[in-house]
Design a protein around this ligand. Structure first.
Ligand SMILES: Nc1ncnc2c1ncn2[C@@H]1O[C@H](COP(=O)(O)OP(=O)(O)O)[C@@H](O)[C@H]1O
Ligand SMILES: [Mg+2]
Length: 609
């Protein structure tokens, strides 16, 4: 847990640093264009609706201009055409509303389904990676990719694409209408355009820094809280609450200040923009008003101009806001596409040997294997081990001896550097991974339980396993009485990762899984380490039954678990240093004998105490 939090924090830090290379905006569009093509009809509909919605909206001031110049100012008492104009005006408002609604819906629909399929592909891609990938990449950063990176891509559609089309089109329409009304006055307005854009861009740059500062401080605060929650017992034991409170206050205050600064900048920008807008209106009123008085401009045209100038500022403001979103979407897309580019280290050969699980007897050969984790030195060194069909082999050794690594190699989470591992004479690299994982069943110290019922967990949500089969498996390992005692028996819902169960009960569920899926080779890695003495006996009995007729490798801390094995190996520094039955190893008087005497001593101490 602490490790996960650490990784997560590291990742947060990594995320906050500015991307080194300049983001490639063109490739962003290109990456998405394949997805967009699938929805081209929807996008065409979106563009069409945008067109109609904007036209309907911007023609409204033009109608008022007609009403003023052709009806009111012309001194005609034509109520009917005035009423008609009002009717059209109302119709245009309705059309603008309806098409804007459609336009939004269409874009959302396309955008959301593109993001959903990217998320799906990303999840599939990540889960298809080899274990070595998860050693390198902290899970926190993968969570970031699946959640916030895809969210950033979502915003690309909802904000960037929407604004570029809607606001860009609005600007073009307004300019066309204004030119149509009065070219000279429009040219004066165009002088304003670069000034407005310049101010907007300068302000945006400043706002980006304040925004980023606030984000940085927030994630520092969140990381601090996460770290505290996970280490709460330590904090309380060492009476660190005061110190932690002080540190929290500092982070909280600094986030508060950054937030206030961000809000202040925002308000300042929006208000200045409004002032600028009003200045422009005053300018046009002055120029246009002079022209109206000089009878070179109609009053209705001036009215329309003033309305259009008002409408002119909003799209510019919105478009300049898209810069941030475009930037974060580009970074997100680059990251996601970089993940897509990673191929799993361990892949099936083009020509795999298909084997039927039932034809496998369970003979195991480790032929002088050597293995090192990426970038490390060898943790398995020329290890040679041959296991007969149905044999039970116990493995003991100090922490870090390489026991779990040996198992990871057999499950092909990693590939050996040298030598080979054979099952019934087949090199495991020639088998399909799907077949291999049916042949080899692994039970770890903390069996993973999913949220679902006890039975769901026994049959791993596999519908082809009947309820009766699953129940029979539980009975076979002798766990039925325990499960039946629970609230809803076999249908008791397990909370998050089975937190309501004892370690032993969780382990029994994973044993029942073994019976249901019946692998030919069974591996237990410290599966009995965390058990209380009551359930240990139960698990021990279950192990005895489960291992019948299966080649079984049992890694154990407690000698009581392996004492009955056909053969016991002692591992040290990636090699087998002692080998034999319990009695033979005791006679040898080596590491195993020491371990045995130590455990006896512990036992007596417990008995005496
Ligand atoms: N995922 C990993 N990445 C790098 N080194 C590892 C990894 N897992 C284990 N190691 C290292 O490999 C060595 C053997 O570890 P392991 O096989 O887990 O030992 P054991 O199970 O006997 O305690 C140790 O030095 C450990 O630090
Ligand atoms: Mg281990």
């Amino acid at each position: 847990m602490a490790q996960a939090i650490n990784n997560w924090q590291m990742d947060q830090k990594a995320d906050l640093s500015e991307p080194k290379a300049k983001p490639k905006y063109i490739s962003t569009f290109r990456a998405l264009s394949g997805y967009m093509k699938e929805h081209r009809l929807t996008f065409a509909g979106f563009i069409f609706c945008t067109f109609i919605a904007i036209a309907a909206e911007l023609l409204q001031p033009y109608l008022v201009k007609i009403a003023i110049d052709d009806n009111l100012m012309a001194g005609k008492n034509d109520y009917r055409s005035l009423l008609l104009l009002c009717g059209i005006y109302f119709g245009l408002s309705l059309a603008s509303f309806a098409f804007a609604y459609l336009q939004n819906n269409l874009l959302q629909n396309a955008g959301q389904s593109i993001v959903a399929s990217i998320r799906k592909r990303l999840f599939r891609h990540i889960t298809s990676q080899s274990m070595s990938y998860f050693d390198r990449v902290p899970s926190g950063s993968l969570i970031t990719h699946v959640s916030s990176d895809t969210e950033a891509i979502n915003q690309f559609f909802n904000q960037v694409v929407l604004s570029l089309f809607r606001d860009g089109l609005t600007l073009v329409f307004i300019l066309v209408l204004m030119f149509n009304l009065d070219a000279e006055l429009t040219l004066y307005c165009l002088i304003l355009l670069p000034i407005i854009a310049g101010i907007a861009i300068a302000f945006r740059a400043y706002m980006r820094t304040t925004y980023q500062m606030a984000r940085t401080r927030l994630s520092r605060l969140v990381a601090f809280v996460a770290e505290n929650l996970s280490g709460m017992n330590l904090i309380q034991v060492f009476h660190q609450q005061e110190e932690q409170k002080k540190q929290f206050r500092e982070r909280n205050d600094s986030y508060f200040r950054a937030n206030i600064r961000e809000i202040r900048t925002n308000v300042l920008f929006n208000r200045s923009f409004e002032v600028l807008n009003n200045l422009a209106i005053a300018f046009i009123t002055w120029l246009g008003g002079k022209a109206v008085l000089g009878q070179t401009l109609e009053f209705g045209v001036l009215y329309a101009f003033i309305t259009y100038i008002r409408l002119f500022f909003q799209p510019i403001n919105t478009i300049t806001q898209q810069w941030n979103t475009l930037q974060s979407a580009t970074v997100a897309i680059n990251r996601v596409w970089n993940i897509f580019a990673i191929e799993p280290d361990i892949r099936d050969r083009a020509e795999t040997k298909r084997v039927n699980k039932d034809d496998i007897e369970g003979r195991l050969d480790f032929n002088r294997i050597a293995f090192a984790y990426p970038g490390g030195s060898d943790v398995i060194k020329g290890l040679d081990l041959h296991v007969r069909q149905g044999e039970m082999v116990g493995i003991v050794g100090t922490t870090g001896a390489g026991k779990s690594s040996l198992i990871s190699l057999l499950c092909r989470f990693y590939d050996v550097r040298e030598g080979s591992i054979l099952i019934d004479g087949h090199d495991i690299r020639d088998l399909a991974q799907r077949d291999l994982h049916r042949i080899v069943g692994l039970v770890q110290q903390e069996p993973y339980l999913y949220s679902g019922t006890v039975l769901d967990n026994v049959r791993m949500f596999d519908e082809s396993v009947t309820r009766e089969e699953a129940i029979r498996a539980c009975e076979f390992i002798g766990a039925d009485s325990i499960f039946l005692r629970m609230k809803d028996g076999y249908d008791t819902m397990l909370s998050e990762r089975g937190s309501g169960l004892s370690a032993g009960e969780r382990q029994l569920i994973s044993f029942a899984r073994i019976i249901v899926f019946a692998p030919k080779i069974l591996i237990l890695d410290e599966a009995t380490a965390n058990l209380d003495s009551h359930t240990e006996q139960l698990v021990q009995d279950a192990l005895h039954r489960v291992s019948q007729g299966r080649t079984t490798l049992v890694i154990a801390h407690r000698l009581s678990t392996v004492m009955g094995a056909d053969r016991i190996l002692v591992m040290s520094q990636g090699q087998i240093v002692e080998e034999g039955t319990h009695e033979q190893l005791l006679q040898l008087g080596g590491y195993y004998e020491q371990l045995y005497r130590h455990s006896q001593g512990m036992h007596e101490a417990v008995e005496a105490g």
